[in-house]
Design a protein around this ligand. Structure first.
Ligand code: IMP
Ligand code: MG
Length: 180
């Protein structure tokens, strides 16, 4: 195999430059909206693995004193269909009671993962829970409030900028559809 991966993904949905600009904008919005919440404590929670790229870029544009935490929630196994049953693969380590949580998520598809996470983090005593999603398909079957959305995206299987298919293609710097 001597072909480059990017040759398989000519259909760019969001370019690297569009993504960088939009993620920076969301970071500035979060900075403005959360600047009076630093004393309680602000935690940006990355939902591994898909949101890792987004969360790291986003945090660089949040000009506030924040902590970062990581949880791994799996609902897809290695297919393009959700199992509908999120499972915690790695829970957070820190005490989040009384803190403002900003969940950084890669994509809102069915909304089942976020619905589950909101309940989980509320039970752990979070003071507020706010969702920042990189992509939103607007087909969710659960009513989850998503305060920050980088991009609305088509209802197709998406890869790149952290999003995978069978754990591959997370390292594409842009967002592409999986098919032709
Ligand atoms: P949910 O259906 O909203 O619970 O989405 C669960 C998770 O499935 C997301 O956090 C993603 O990691 C993954 N996912 C959903 N849609 C896609 C897609 O189009 N490409 C890659 N991963 C996806
Ligand atoms: Mg995810």
């Amino acid at each position: 195999m001597n072909t480059k991966m990017s040759k398989d993904f000519p259909k760019v949905i969001f370019t690297e430059e569009e993504i960088a600009n939009r993620v920076a904008e969301i970071g500035v919005q979060i900075t403005n909206d959360f600047c009076d919440k630093q004393e309680d404590g602000i935690v940006v929670m990355c939902i591994l693995k898909g949101a890792a790229t987004f969360m790291c870029d986003l945090c660089k544009h949040i000009d506030l004193k924040i902590k970062t935490e990581f949880m791994c929630v799996s609902s897809y196994a290695d297919s393009t269909q959700s199992s509908g049953r999120p499972q915690i693969v790695k829970d957070l380590d820190a005490d989040i009671s009384g803190k403002h949580i900003i969940i950084a998520e890669d994509i809102v598809d069915s909304g089942i993962t976020l619905d589950f996470l909101i309940k989980h983090l509320s039970a752990r005593g979070a003071k507020t829970i706010t969702i920042a999603a990189f992509l939103h398909k607007h087909i969710a079957v659960r009513d989850v409030p998503v305060e920050y959305i980088c991009f609305d995206c088509p209802d197709e299987f998406i890869v790149g900028y952290g999003l995978d298919y069978a754990q591959y293609y997370r390292n594409l710097p842009y967002v592409s559809g999986l098919g032709e």
